[in-house]
Design a protein around this ligand. Structure first.
Ligand SMILES: CCCCCCCCCCCCC/C=C/C(=O)SCCNC(=O)CCNC(=O)[C@H](O)C(C)(C)COP(=O)(O)OP(=O)(O)OC[C@H]1O[C@@H](n2cnc3c(N)ncnc32)[C@H](O)[C@@H]1OP(=O)(O)O
Length: 289
C-alpha cells in the first residue's frame, strides 16, 4: 500500500493528503506515537518518540514519523529538528520485531517499504537534524540517529548505541551498512557490524558513532547549543553541501528499492530467521522476568 493510502488507512475518512495532515495535527493529543513541539521564534522543532514501552519502530510509528517529517519540511519557518525520546531510558529499541516476526510476506513488504521511506526522508532532510540520545539506541534506533547531522548522547553507562543485528542472527541491509560507514569509516564498521557491537557513551564517542557525550541533565541544552551553531550557516549552502555528500548513498538505495524489498521479504520469511527472532523475543521476556 502506498504511504498516502496507509496514512489514510490510519485516519479513515480523510479524503485528501491535506486532510490527513490536518487530522493528524488535530488528533495528536489523542493517540500519538510522535509528538512535535515547535518553537517558531527559534525555527526549531523537537520530535519526541512516544511509543511505549520501548519506542519500537512499528509500522504505525514509522508512518507517523514520515507524515510529521513531511509536514515539517513544508513548514518554511522550521529550519532545525531535534529527535529525542519523551521518556528517558530508551531512545528507540529499533525496528519493531513484531512487524518482522510471524506475519505474512505482504506485511513484511509493506513494513520494509515504510522503513525505506523513513530512511530516505531522514537522510535527505533539508533541516538541520540533531539526535538527542537519552536512552538505549540499538539497531533501527541507531540508524535514525546516524541519519542526523549531529548526535548528542547522555552520559549514562546503561545506554548503548550500535547496529547489533548480527547478535539477533539477522543481517543489516546494505543501506544500514552504508550509513554506518559514512559515520565511522570502513575499518571501524567492519568490526562494529560483524560483531554487532553496542557501545556505551565513552566508547561511542571514541569510535565516532556519536559526536558529543554530556551529563544526562544537560543533553537537551547541549542539543540546542549545537543546533544554534549549525543554524548560523546559511540554509542554501548547508543544504546543497549535505545533499552533495549524501546523494551517492541515497541513489544506491533508490536504484534498487524493489529488489531490496524482495530481499528483505525472502530473508525474513526464512524458517531459520523466524526461529531466531522467536528465540530473541523469548530472551527479552526472560530477561524481564
Ligand atoms: C544473503 C544476505 C542478504 C542480506 C539481506 C538483508 C535483509 C534484511 C534483513 C533484516 C534486517 C532487519 C534490520 C533490523 C533492525 C532492527 O532494528 S531489529 C531490532 C533490534 N533491537 C534490539 O535488539 C533491542 C531489543 N530490546 C532491548 O534490548 C531492550 O528492550 C531495551 C531497548 C534495551 C529496553 O530494555 P528494557 O527497558 O529493560 O525493556 P524490556 O523489558 O527489554 O522490553 C519491554 C518490552 O518491549 C519488547 N521489545 C523490546 N524491544 C523490542 C523491539 N525492537 N521490537 C518489539 N518489541 C520489543 C520486549 O520484548 C518487552 O515486551 P513484553 O515482554 O511483552 O513486555
Amino acid at each position: 500500500m502506498a504511504l498516502a493510502s496507509r496514512a489514510r488507512a490510519l485516519l479513515p475518512g480523510a479524503r485528501s493528503w491535506g486532510a490527513v495532515l490536518a487530522r493528524v495535527t488535530a488528533q495528536r493529543a489523542m493517540s500519538h506515537r510522535v509528538v512535535v513541539e515547535t518553537d517558531a521564534a527559534a525555527g526549531v522543532a523537537v520530535m519526541k518518540f512516544r511509543n511505549p514501552p520501548v519506542n519500537s519502530l512499528s509500522l504505525e510509528m514509522v508512518t507517523e514519523l514520515v507524515i510529521n517529517l513531511e509536514k515539517l519540511e513544508n513548514d518554511k519557518t522550521v529550519r532545525g529538528l531535534i529527535f529525542t525520546s519523551e521518556s528517558p531510558g530508551v531512545f528507540s529499541s529499533g525496528l519493531n520485531l513484531l512487524d518482522m516476526y510471524g506475519r505474512n510476506p505482504a506485511h513484511y513488504a509493506e513494513y520494509w517499504k515504510a522503513v525505506q521511506e523513513l530512511w530516505l526522508r531522514l537522510y535527505q532532510c533539508p533541516m538541520v537534524t540533531v539526535a538527542t540520545i537519552n536512552g538505549a539506541c540499538p539497531a533501527g534506533g541507531c540508524l535514525i540517529s546516524m541519519t542526523c547531522d549531529y548526535r548528542v548522547m547522555a552520559d549514562n553507562p546503561k545506554y548503548t548505541i550500535g547496529l547489533n543485528e548480527t547478535q539477533l542472527g539477522i543481517v543489516a541491509p546494505f543501506w544500514f551498512k552504508d550509513t554506518l560507514v559514512n559515520t565511522i569509516g570502513y575499518r571501524a564498521s567492519e568490526i562494529s557490524l560483524q560483531l554487532g557491537l553496542l557501545y556505551p557513551p565513552a566508547e561511542a564517542l571514541r569510535v565516532g558513532i556519536v559526536d558529543k557525550v554530556v551529563p544526562e541533565d544537560q543533553v537537551h541544552s547541549a542539543a540546542l547549543a549545537v543546533m544554534a551553531q549549525w543554524l548560523a550557516i546559511p540554509d542554501h549552502a548547508r543544504q546543497l553541501t549535505k545533499a552533495m555528500l549524501r546523494k551517492p548513498t541515497v541513489d544506491n538505495l533508490v536504484r534498487q528499492r524493489d529488489a531490496d524489498i524482495q530481499q528483505f521479504v525472502s530473508f525474513i520469511s526464512r524458517d531459520s530467521i523466524q526461529k531466531g527472532l522467536q528465540m530473541y523475543l523469548q530472551m527479552l521476556k526472560q530477561k524481564k522476568a
